[in-house]
Write a protein that binds this ligand. Sequence first.
Ligand code: GLV
Length: 309
Amino acid sequence: MVLLVNAPTENGNAWREMFLQLDPSLEVRVWPDVGDPAEVDVAFAWRTRPGDLARYPNLRVVFSLGAGVDGLLSDPAFPRQVPLVRMVDPNLGVLMTEYVLAAVLRHHCELDRYHLLQQAGRWEKRVRPFAGERVVGIMGLGELGASAAVALRGLGFHVRGWSRRIRTVPGVETYAGDAGLSTFLAGSQILVCLLPLTAQTRGILGASTFARMPHGSCLVNAARGGHVVDADLVAALDAGQLSSATLDVFETEPLPAGHPFWTHPRILITPHIASVTSLPTAAALVIENLKQWRAGGALRNVVDPDRGY
Ligand code: GLV
């Protein structure tokens, strides 16, 4: 079986070595040294060149290196008849949860505000509410959202979650669909976005969402830049409707020089580091899934390409 590592922005050889160590029976090739495209059975893909995955006529499964598959599915030539497996690794949840906790605590403890006061040389104390008096709203209750929600509950926050279809997470008030969105937003003082990027969620963090949140609330986006309407976010921050934002992801990455987010006093930027696929554990999960499938079992974590996750 030929597995092609097709991840031009990553260290393809490191993935190759790990795959071979875990399953020496595989033949692992690294893009662009593809050999005969007709021999490729399986692709391990991330940020592939547009049209590239359509070049393998006998491709039987695509594994995504990352949790979000929007980048692969946005390629109009992506072979949608081939099963696409997203990356589900508990380690992704561990890293994301740490990031969300750090960002939520930064807003909750008003470190963002004290940073601005420091720059103005001002010593101004304000008593903050207890975590149980602070409502954190999580958009997206998949693997990552649910893990962050449980950890925030553990710190005592009042946590609510919103997803397309209703989900149950212990201790978390859940809302779903368009019908539940306004009620969900109306109480969310710190809004955390961990949604998949789909046609339905693109631009969801825009003026109409911000207007429905409590005045002075905060935003954390660790999902995709395409969720945010950049100009609407700047306008909401400038008007005080939002008081602060932590952003890990951007429509164009790296965030272009001169983009207004770089210098906005109320925005903290991190360079898409909230959660990163860990090579050894992720490779082991891919090989395990592949082995079960080759033995006649079903592939786990297959994406519905129409739904987008
Ligand atoms: C990273 O952004 C991922 O989707 O895993």
